[in-house]
Ligand binder design. Structure first.
Ligand code: NAD
Ligand code: DAU
Length: 348
């Protein structure tokens, strides 16, 4: 039985990855390591908690001794590393916590894996889940490819870029078998409502202003989270060691157009007069260092591994909105307590 440790499995993307692996691969023993920060939520994966091939471990990847002991104890065959501080705005107010989790935490996992594998890399794999933000920003044209030079602009993306470099260096220096994927913006169920799409859905439900940074002309490439989980499954099993793969939605939207589309869909769902939610749009001060445009060239993973998004943006948004409307308790739980304090500081 293969033992796989997945970090960050109580978070947004991690919960979809964990569910897919636990259900699809009963022959794997899946360990979910998560510190349960503000972004981690066991409710995200309540449906799989009693599966026989699933174990949850609460723990911090920054704690070197703990990580070393855990790896020694379980002798994992593979790591799928998603745990991270993931919100750009938080990285602007508290960059050091991003260095701790995203850089030091990744280093601890690399060292622990290197130690237990001890140069015997047969059947072993370190999968590092990264972001397109490491490439910096695009102008009006062009796409990020796997050879685009790294040029991170936020403390978040700098910390992710740094962790990518360490993973690569462990491959080159110690022969550690790794793969890295750099993905564009995800959306879908269980997305924490500090990020644009779930924040808008929550605010429309609450009849609160919809904050649009700057002129709203910033562009993102949106991918449904379950399609990202499919890509991770594929790269984990079929990706080539020491390779990186870009993952994207072929789905670029200027923020303001996305906000208007979401307003329209929410009006329909909530039975409101068309145009009601758009009146809540409020332009607010811009994010410092705000990247103008992200867009992924996902041809490598498409040609080499046969992956492409399966869900259209229309379908994905429908599913996402329905999920939030049907899971008001989840939304209430995550927006009570410290969320309100964060929100007031960010949008005061
Ligand atoms: P998230 O913030 O929703 O979840 C992060 C998870 O990591 C949480 O469960 C949290 O409790 C856990 N965690 C944080 N610090 C930890 C620590 N020190 N030790 C153990 N666990 C810790 O993040 P997400 O959006 O699901 O992103 C997951 C990964 O995918 C990240 O590495 C992120 O950089 C990457 N990524 C995200 C996107 C996106 O659009 N959300 C796109 C591309 C790549
Ligand atoms: O590209 C991948 C990245 O996508 C991931 O690596 C990050 O973890 C993830 O958070 C996401 O980063 P972004 O900064 O692109 O996502 P966010 O949802 O924070 O913002 C999306 C766009 O919307 C961005 O241009 C900023 C803008 N925005 C965001 C918020 C929260 C607003 O206009 N208003 C807002 O209130």
């Amino acid at each position: 039985m293969k033992k796989i440790i997945i970090t960050g499995g109580a978070g947004f993307i991690g919960s979809h990855v964990i569910r897919r692996f636990v259900k699809k691969y009963p022959q794997y023993q899946i360990f979910n390591l998560d510190a349960l920060t503000y972004a981690g939520n066991l409710e995200n994966i309540a449906d799989i908690q009693n599966e026989p091939n699933y174990t949850f471990i609460k723990g911090d990847i920054v704690n070197e001794d703990f990580i070393n002991e855990l790896f020694q104890k379980h002798q994992f065959d593979a790591v799928i590393h998603l745990a991270a501080e993931s919100h750009v705005d938080r990285s602007i107010t508290d960059p050091l916590s991003f260095v701790k989790t995203n850089v030091i935490g990744t280093m601890n996992l690399l060292n622990a894996a290197k130690q237990i594998w001890n140069n015997n890399f047969e059947g072993k794999r370190f999968y590092h889940v990264s972001t397109d933000e490491v490439y910096g920003t695009l102008g009006a044209t062009g796409l990020f490819t796997e050879t685009t030079p790294y040029a991170p602009n936020s403390p978040y993306s700098a910390s992710k870029a740094s962790s990518d470099h360490f993973v690569r260096a462990y491959g080159e220096t110690y022969g550690l078998p790794y793969v890295i994927t750099n993905c564009s913006n995800n959306y879908g169920p269980n997305h924490f409502p500090e990020k644009l799409i779930p924040l808008l859905i929550n605010n429309i439900i609450q009849n609160k202003p919809l904050p649009v940074y700057g002129d709203g002309k910033y562009t993102r490439d949106w991918l449904f989270v379950k399609d990202h989980a499919v890509a991770i499954d594929l790269v984990f099993h079929e990706g080539i060691n020491h390779e990186t793969y870009n993952i994207g939605g072929f789905n670029e939207w200027q923020n303001i157009d996305l906000v208007k589309l979401l307003c329209q869909k929410m009006d329909e769902k909530l039975g409101k007069v068309s145009g009601t939610s758009e009146k809540l749009i409020t332009y607010v001060k811009d994010r410092p260092g705000h990247d103008l445009r992200y867009a992924i060239d996902a041809n490598k993973i498409n040609k080499e591994l046969g992956w492409s998004p399966s869900v259209t943006f229309e379908e994905g948004l429908e599913q996402t909105i329905d999920w939030y409307l049907e899971n008001s308790e989840w939304l209430n739980n995550v927006t009570s307590g410290s969320y309100q304090k964060y929100y007031d500081n960010q949008y005061e």
